[in-house]
Design a protein around this ligand. Structure first.
Ligand SMILES: Cc1cc2nc3c(=O)[nH]c(=O)nc-3n(C[C@H](O)[C@H](O)[C@H](O)COP(=O)(O)OP(=O)(O)OC[C@H]3O[C@@H](n4cnc5c(N)ncnc54)[C@H](O)[C@@H]3O)c2cc1C
Length: 292
């Protein structure tokens, strides 16, 4: 590993100021589970790194009664998967976080790192997107809040300027009679990268018979985590039956934009999207119907 300077600010304002004043060639570091291997083995040599680990304002989960959650960008995946309110009311977020590496990895890995590393197979990202997350970003010119799906530009590329920091993810309160599920397919059960993944979040009407809302996000089948708007439209207003779900899953497979690589072919990935969409939507419906 090459030499670099290390900064450990205690506020976001201080961190942004360091990034602005030190200029090009810096990197933010949170858990380091993506960045450190890149620095050791993959030719990334930042001049300096700015750690987020001593900034309390971007750590932890705030339950904003009736108004959803605020998840600090430097919150560890282990804390997300084990938070009682997340597990109970926002379970899809816990599912995404729980798939990241091993328990040891999750103790370091942050949600902000999963977002900002911006790989198409990031597991927590589709879960947060279908839960309706907004990303708050702070830089020298102030703050902006954008839908999480709009953060991604391409593999390892986001809309963040080099002197901006992702500070929080804001998740709205769950809709009544709604549920979400994220599933991925990997050759190995753990410590592997998804060949494809699907997060689905649906709402049913009062009779629990018709879809009234749907969000679907596909991972590892496009340069960015990909919303599937035509598949969502194929559910909304339709009876919540196996036939409707199978038809929407077929549409999702058509909306995917996969490539063939060492992990899988275009055809295999489309097949996985179909199967995983069918499973995630079906399981979400089952969860809603199982509730009193
Ligand atoms: C053994 C192992 C297994 C893994 N398995 C999985 C897996 O199954 N699924 C999966 O999705 N990932 C996996 N990962 C990847 C990684 O753990 C996750 O992406 C993790 O969430 C990254 O978080 P971090 O805090 O470690 O990020 P870091 O490495 O600290 O940062 C990653 C990138 O994001 C930037 N960054 C971080 N936080 C911010 C912020 N708040 N604002 C602006 N930029 C920021 C950094 O500059 C860097 O470019 C694995 C990693 C390892 C080592």
């Amino acid at each position: 590993m090459h030499r670099f300077d290390y900064f450990a600010p205690t506020t976001v304002a201080e961190a942004v100021n360091i990034l602005r004043s030190q200029g090009e060639g810096g990197k933010v570091i949170a858990g380091g589970t993506d960045l450190v291997p890149q620095m050791k083995e993959r030719g990334r040599h930042p001049k300096y790194v700015v750690s987020l680990n001593r900034i309390p304002e971007i750590q932890g989960i705030e339950v904003r009664n009736g108004q959803g959650l605020r998840v600090g960008a430097a919150t560890r995946c282990w804390a997300i998967r084990n938070h009682p309110v997340v597990v109970e009311q926002y379970n899809i977020l816990a599912q995404g976080a729980a798939l990241i590496g091993s328990i040891q990895t999750q103790n370091l890995a942050t949600i902000g790192g999963n977002v900002c590393n911006a790989i198409p197979s990031a597991d927590a990202v589709p879960a947060f997107i279908v839960a309706g997350a907004q990303a708050r970003i702070i830089g020298p010119n102030g703050q902006r809040t954008v839908p999480l799906e709009e953060v991604f530009v391409g593999p390892n590329r986001t809309i963040l300027a080099p002197d901006e920091i992702l500070t929080d993810l804001l998740i709205p309160a769950p809709l009544p009679r709604s549920a979400g599920v994220y599933l991925r397919h990997c050759p190995r059960k753990e410590l592997d990268i998804a060949i494809a993944g699907v997060g689905s979040y649906v709402q049913l009407d009062e009779a629990k018979a018709t879809f009234t809302h749907a969000r679907i996000c596909l991972s590892a089948v496009a340069p960015v985590p990909l919303r599937a708007p035509r598949a969502e439209a194929a559910l909304i207003g339709k009876p919540a039956t196996a036939e409707t779900i199978a038809a929407a899953a077929q549409v999702a497979a058509e909306e995917a934009r996969p490539i063939t690589d060492m992990r899988g072919t275009v055809e295999f990935r489309r097949h996985l999207v179909k199967v995983l969409t069918e499973r995630t939507v079906t399981q979400s419906v089952e969860q809603i119907r199982a509730r009193a």
